[in-house]
Ligand binder design. Structure first.
Ligand SMILES: [Zn+2]
Length: 301
C-alpha cells in the first residue's frame, strides 16, 4: 500500500469511528421497547432487542451471545414486572456492565407510572401463575405507549444530557402521533364495543380495556398453564352461549386447542400480533395497532 493510500485509509477509519462515537447503544428486552426507543432516539441511538417479536416474552432462552450487546450498552430497557424475570436478570448480571444495572442511570424500567391491571392482593405463584405482580402486557394499550416513551426519554436524557432538547422534541412528535392514531383506531373499533371474545393467554387486558372489548375467558386456565380438556369444554360452552365470534392468540402459541373449539362451534381463530416484529409487516409500535385492529374488526363484522 502506498503512503498516500495508507493515509487515506487512516482518515477513513478515523472518520468512521468518530461518526459512531456519539451513538448511544441501547439494548431493549423486547421489540416494542426497541421501537419506541428508536422513535425517541432516532439517529442518536443504535438499538437492539433481545427477544424477537414472534417469541413468547415470558420464555426467552438466555443465550450467551446476548451478553456481548449488554456489555457494550449505554442504556438497558426492560418491560419489567415479572415479564422477563426468567431470563433478563441473569443476562444483565452476566454483562458486568455497571452502567445498566438496576438503579444506574442506564437502566430503564418502562413500567414506571403505568396504571397496572389485575394486580393480585397477594403474591402467589400457585399452579404456575406467571403474572404475580399484575398483568405485564401493558404496552398493548397505545396510551401506555406514551408512558413508556416518557420513561425511555428520561433514560436517554440521563445518559446523554446534551441531546435533551432533541429527545423531548421527538417525544412530543410521538405523543401527537399516538393521539392522532388513537382517533382512527377508536373509530374503527367503536361499532364492536362490548364484543365478547376468548383469548389464548391473558395478555390483552390493556388492549381490551382501552378499546372497550370484553374478553370472557382464556384458553389457558391460568397464565402459563396450557389448555386442559375441562377448560376446552368450558370454552366451547361459553362460545355457544355468548355467540362468541373470535378466539385471539399470538404467533408463539399452537392453535391446536383453539382449532378444537373452532371445529365444534365455527368460531374464528385469529393470530394477532403481541409485539412489533410478530409479522414482517409490523415494523413500528404504530404498525402493531394498525395490524391488530384491522384484523380484529374484519373478523367481528
Ligand atoms: Zn403473560
Amino acid at each position: 500500500m502506498s503512503t498516500k493510500k495508507l493515509i487515506a485509509t487512516f482518515f477513513l477509519l478515523g472518520t468512521f469511528s468518530f461518526s459512531n462515537a456519539g451513538i448511544i447503544k441501547v439494548v431493549a428486552t423486547t421489540m416494542d421497547m426497541k421501537s419506541i426507543a428508536e422513535l425517541i432516539g432516532c439517529e442518536k441511538i443504535s438499538a437492539t432487542s433481545i427477544a424477537t417479536g414472534y417469541q413468547n416474552p415470558h420464555f426467552v432462552d438466555p443465550k450467551p451471545s446476548y451478553i456481548i450487546n449488554l456489555t457494550n450498552a449505554d442504556l438497558f430497557i426492560t418491560v419489567g414486572l415479572d415479564l422477563e424475570a426468567g431470563w433478563s436478570p441473569q443476562l444483565l448480571a452476566s454483562s458486568r456492565n455497571s452502567k445498566i444495572q438496576k438503579g444506574a442511570n442506564g437502566y430503564v424500567d418502562a413500567s414506571v407510572g403505568v396504571n397496572l391491571l389485575q394486580v393480585p392482593s397477594s403474591l402467589n405463584r400457585g399452579e404456575g401463575d406467571i403474572h404475580v405482580y399484575g398483568n405485564p402486557h401493558y404496552w398493548l394499550d397505545p396510551l401506555n405507549g406514551k408512558i413508556i416513551a416518557r420513561n425511555i426519554c428520561n433514560g436517554l436524557e440521563k445518559v446523554s444530557p446534551e441531546n435533551k432538547a432533541f429527545f423531548e422534541a421527538n417525544l412530543v412528535k410521538f405523543n401527537s402521533t399516538i393521539d392522532a392514531k388513537m382517533k382512527t383506531w377508536s373509530a374503527a373499533i367503536a361499532p364492536f364495543k362490548g364484543a365478547k371474545i376468548i383469548a389464548y393467554h391473558n395478555e390483552w387486558c390493556y388492549f381490551e380495556t382501552r378499546f372497550g372489548l370484553h374478553i370472557v375467558d382464556f384458553m389457558e386456565p391460568k397464565p402459563g398453564i396450557p389448555p386442559t380438556p375441562s377448560q376446552l369444554v368450558k370454552i366451547i360452552n361459553e362460545v355457544k352461549t355468548n355467540a362468541i365470534k373470535v378466539i385471539i392468540s399470538s404467533p408463539y402459541f399452537t392453535t391446536s386447542s383453539s382449532d378444537v373449539v373452532k371445529n365444534q362451534t365455527g368460531v374464528k381463530v385469529l393470530t394477532l400480533a403481541n409485539s412489533v416484529g410478530a409479522f414482517d409487516t409490523i415494523k413500528t409500535y404504530y404498525d402493531l395497532f394498525d395490524y391488530n385492529i384491522n384484523l380484529l374488526t374484519a373478523a367481528l363484522k
